[in-house]
Write a protein that binds this ligand. Structure first.
Ligand code: 5AD
Ligand code: SF4
Length: 417
C-alpha cells in the first residue's frame, strides 16, 4: 500500500515539474512516506529523518502518510526540524503547497479525491509488475490495528477506472498486476460492485499474464472467490489469509469475527477445490492476555494447517486502538520466544513443502533479472513462489516451463525446459 502511495505521489510530483534526485544531498525537498502499523515501522521513518537532520538548513523536510495521520501536530512539537506534514489522502494539496512553499510549518489533512480520479502512475521503464490499490481504508476495527484511524473508511475505486488504469499499465509494459487493499474481498461494498466480478474483468485484459491480490479477511471468502482460482488461469493460486491467532479467546479480543474452527474449515474448503494452492498467513504473538495455552493453540494450528509461508509479528500497542487500552501482559522476552518458536516451526514446514516440489515442471512467469548473479533470472510459479533460473539470454516477461531442481526454504532453484 505504501509503495503504491509513493508511486502516486511520485507521479503527481513529476507531472508538476519536480525532478527526483538520486542523491539526497542534491534535494531541495526530502519527502518521507511512512507506515505506522507497528512501532518498528514508525521508528524506522523517524530515525531516518533524525539521522539526516543535520542537512536541515538546506532542505525542506516533509513527513507524509500514516505517521502524521496518527499524530497530527504533535509531530511538530517533537521534531522541530520537520516543515510539512501530510496525511494519506491529501497528496494533491501537498503538491500544490510544495509548488508555492513559503517556509511556514504546514499540516495538510484535507482529503482529496486523488485516489479515485488521479490518472495512473506511469510505470517505470521496463517495469513488468505493478501494485494497484483498488480500495483504501478499512472499517473492520480489529482491536490491535491502527489502519482504520490512519486511512479512514472503505472507499472502492470503480471497476471502469481500475480497468482503464491496468490498460494504461499494460501499454507501459506491465504484465503482472497485484490488486491491493486492506481487505480486497470487501471491494465494491460501497459502490455496488463485487471483487470476483472485477477479477473476471481484469482477466480479460490482453497483455496481463498474471494477477495477484492482497489481503483477504477470513470473514469474507465466498465460494465464488475460491472458484476464481480454478476458472482464471492468470490468477496466482495463492491466498494470503491472515489468521492472527489460533486461540478463540484471543481472536475474540482481537475482534476478528471468526473462530479457529471456522478458519480451518475455510482452508480445507479452499484446498479441496484448488489443487496445490499456496496459502500464507500473518500471526501476532504476545497479544494482551495471550497465555501459554493460547500460544500453544496457535502453534498447534499452524502445525496442522502447514502454511506455505508465514509472517509473524510481535504485538505492538498502537495509539487510539481498542487493544491499547488492554494491559500489555506478555513480556518482551516472552514475545521474542514465541516469535522464535513459531518461525522455527514454519521454517521446517516451508522447507519440507518446497522439497516435495522437486522434479515438478511448473509454468513460471519470469519477472526480473537478478542483480546479484549474472545470467540469472527470478520467476514466479503459478502459486507465486520465487524460482531462480540460469539462462544465457534475456527471458524476462515470458511464461516458461521450469523444472524445479531444488526446493529451499524461501525459493526454488530451477532450469528452463
Ligand atoms: N502489532 C503487531 N502486529 C500487527 N499487525 C497489524 N497491527 C499490528 C500490531 N499492532 C500485523 C497483522 C497484520 C499485518 C499486516 O501486521 O498480522 O495482518
Ligand atoms: Fe486492520 Fe486488516 Fe483488521 Fe482492517 S481488516 S482493521 S486493515 S487488520
Amino acid at each position: 500500500m505504501n509503495f503504491d502511495d509513493s508511486d502516486r505521489l511520485r507521479t503527481l510530483l513529476k507531472i508538476n515539474g519536480f525532478v527526483e534526485v538520486e542523491n539526497l544531498q542534491n534535494a531541495d525537498f526530502v519527502i518521507i512516506n511512512t507506515c505506522c502499523v507497528r512501532q518498528h515501522a514508525e521508528n524506522r521513518a523517524i530515525s531516518f529523518l533524525c539521522s539526516h537532520k543535520l542537512l536541515k538548513n538546506k532542505k525542506i523536510f516533509c513527513l507524509v502518510g500514516c505517521v502524521p495521520s496518527l499524530y497530527r501536530d504533535e509531530i511538530f512539537k517533537k521534531y522541530e526540524f520537520i516543515d510539512i506534514i501530510c496525511g494519506t489522502n491529501s497528496y494533491k494539496k501537498f503538491v500544490s503547497v510544495l509548488k508555492n512553499y513559503n517556509g511556514e510549518k504546514i499540516s495538510i489533512f484535507e482529503e482529496d479525491e486523488g485516489f479515485l480520479r488521479e490518472p495512473l502512475i506511469p510505470a517505470a521503464k521496463n517495469k513488468l509488475s505493478s501494485f494497484l490499490s483498488i480500495t483504501k481504508g478499512c472499517e473492520n476495527f480489529c482491536s490491535y490495528c491502527v489502519v482504520p484511524y490512519t486511512r479512514g473508511k472503505l472507499v472502492s475505486k470503480p471497476s471502469n477506472i481500475v480497468i482503464n488504469e491496468i490498460k494504461q499499465l499494460v501499454e507501459k509494459g506491465v504484465k503482472e498486476i497485484f490488486l491491493i487493499g486492506q481487505n480486497v474481498n470487501e471491494y465494491g461494498k460501497d459502490i455496488g460492485e463485487r471483487f470476483v466480478d472485477l477479477l473476471y474483468k481484469i482477466s480479460e485484459i490482453e497483455g496481463i499474464l498474471r494477477i495477484g491480490f492482497l489481503t483477504s479477511h477470513p470473514k469474507d471468502i465466498p465460494d465464488e472467490l475460491i472458484d476464481c482460482f480454478v476458472n482464471i488461469k492468470k490468477l496466482y493460486k495463492h491466498l494470503h489469509l491472515p489468521l492472527q491467532s489460533g486461540s478463540n479467546k484471543i481472536l475474540k479480543l482481537m475482534n476478528r469475527k471468526y473462530t479457529a474452527e471456522k478458519y480451518l474449515e475455510i482452508i480445507e474448503k479452499v484446498r479441496k477445490k484448488v489443487n496445490n494452492i499456496s496459502i500464507t498467513s500473518d500471526i501476532i504473538v504476545g497479544f494482551p492476555y495471550e497465555e501459554k495455552k493460547d500460544f500453544l493453540e496457535t502453534y498447534n494450528l499452524v502445525k496442522k494447517i502447514e502454511f506455505d509461508d508465514l509472517f509473524v509479528f510481535k504485538y505492538s500497542p498502537r495509539p487510539q486502538t481498542k487493544a491499547s487500552e488492554f494491559l500489555d501482559t506478555v513480556s518482551e522476552e516472552e514475545k521474542r520466544e514465541r516469535h522464535f518458536h513459531i518461525l522455527n516451526l514454519q521454517d521446517k514446514i516451508s522447507l519440507l513443502k518446497n522439497k516435495k516440489v522437486e522434479g515438478q515442471i511448473l509454468d513460471t512467469f519470469i519477472k526480473e533479472k537478478s542483480f546479484k548473479k549474472e545470467n540469472t533470472y527470478i520467476g514466479r510459479t503459478e502459486t507465486n513462489k520465487p524460482v531462480l533460473v540460469n539462462f544465457q539470454k534475456d527471458i524476462t516477461g515470458k511464461v516458461l516451463k521450469i523444472r524445479v531442481i531444488e526446493g529451499l526454504r524461501h525459493y526454488f532453484i530451477g532450469e528452463v525446459l
